[in-house]
Design a protein around this ligand. Structure first.
Ligand code: PGA
Length: 250
């Protein structure tokens, strides 16, 4: 199924300080206000910038998001940020289960599913990430790994809500490598099946974003693949010209 309104989301990871708001974000905003995008656009800065970014965007054409949240609403969790706190700061979406969190913080599917529940409780749009490692792909396990992650990481509450899945092969993140268009099509089709297996009719509507080394040169081809409903963009979302080019390719 071709999805008409694509969703393009930038993940700044642990990059960005106030100066980038006056630079890159102001530039993106001016461009999108002058010439509205056909895509839905989101930007997920580090937690320290969410409030200031949301103030600058001020209800404009970029949805601000977090990169993670805790399951709990508040409490004695030093360093933690809850979904409700993200909303309070001005966020409307949150990336959950990114492979960097799965790898570095040991996040497993069951925890990601609970975090999805927390995001929904707070009214955020969850962007749930899945993807195989290179070793798993080479062992012929890409489809089964992604299916298992989807079955384990989604949450019953997603049915009927605004959310997105992001397929991000771990070996393509930040490496400049991307799967072939056929490989992307294969996984996105399998991901849709798993979403429907998990959520029944509730698994049909959410877009499936592709993520991993998306850049202005490959975005148009990737976004034209069946069942690619948008892109989750890391490195290229830090530069206004690159991110805008990807948005314009959608
Ligand atoms: P990348 O990161 O675009 O820099 O490969 C994508 C991501 O991790 O979301």
């Amino acid at each position: 199924m071709k999805q008409s309104v694509k969703m393009i989301v930038g993940n700044w990871k642990m990059n960005g300080v106030a100066a980038d708001l006056a630079g890159a974000v102001a530039e993106m905003l001016a461009d999108l206000q002058q010439n509205p995008a056909s895509a839905r656009v989101g930007l997920c800065p580090p937690a320290t910038l969410i409030e200031r970014m949301a103030r600058i965007i001020d209800g404009g054409p970029i949805m601000v998001g977090g990169q993670d949240c805790r399951v709990e609403q508040k409490g004695a969790y030093t360093g933690g940020v809850s979904a409700e706190m993200l909303v309070d700061a001005g966020a409307r979406a949150v990336i959950l289960g990114h492979s960097e969190r799965r790898q570095e913080f040991g996040e497993i599917d069951a925890l990601v599913s609970q975090k999805v529940g927390a995001a929904l409780r707070a009214g955020l749009t969850p962007i749930v990430c899945v993807g195989e490692t290179l070793a798993q792909r080479e062992a012929g396990q890409a489809v089964s790994v992604v299916r298992d992650q989807i079955l384990g990481s989604l949450n019953d509450g997603l049915a009927g809500r605004d959310w997105a899945l992001a397929y991000e092969p771990v070996w393509a993140i930040g490496t400049g490598l991307t799967p072939t268009l056929d490989q992307i099509a294969e996984i996105h089709a399998a991901a849709r099946d798993a979403m429907i297996e998990r959520l029944r009719e509730g698994g049909r509507a959410a877009p499936i974003l592709y993520g991993g080394s998306v850049n202005p040169g490959n975005a148009r081809d990737i976004l034209a693949v069946d069942e690619v409903g948008g892109a989750l963009v890391g490195g290229a979302s830090l530069k206004a010209a690159d991110f805008l080019a990807i948005i314009r390719a959608a």
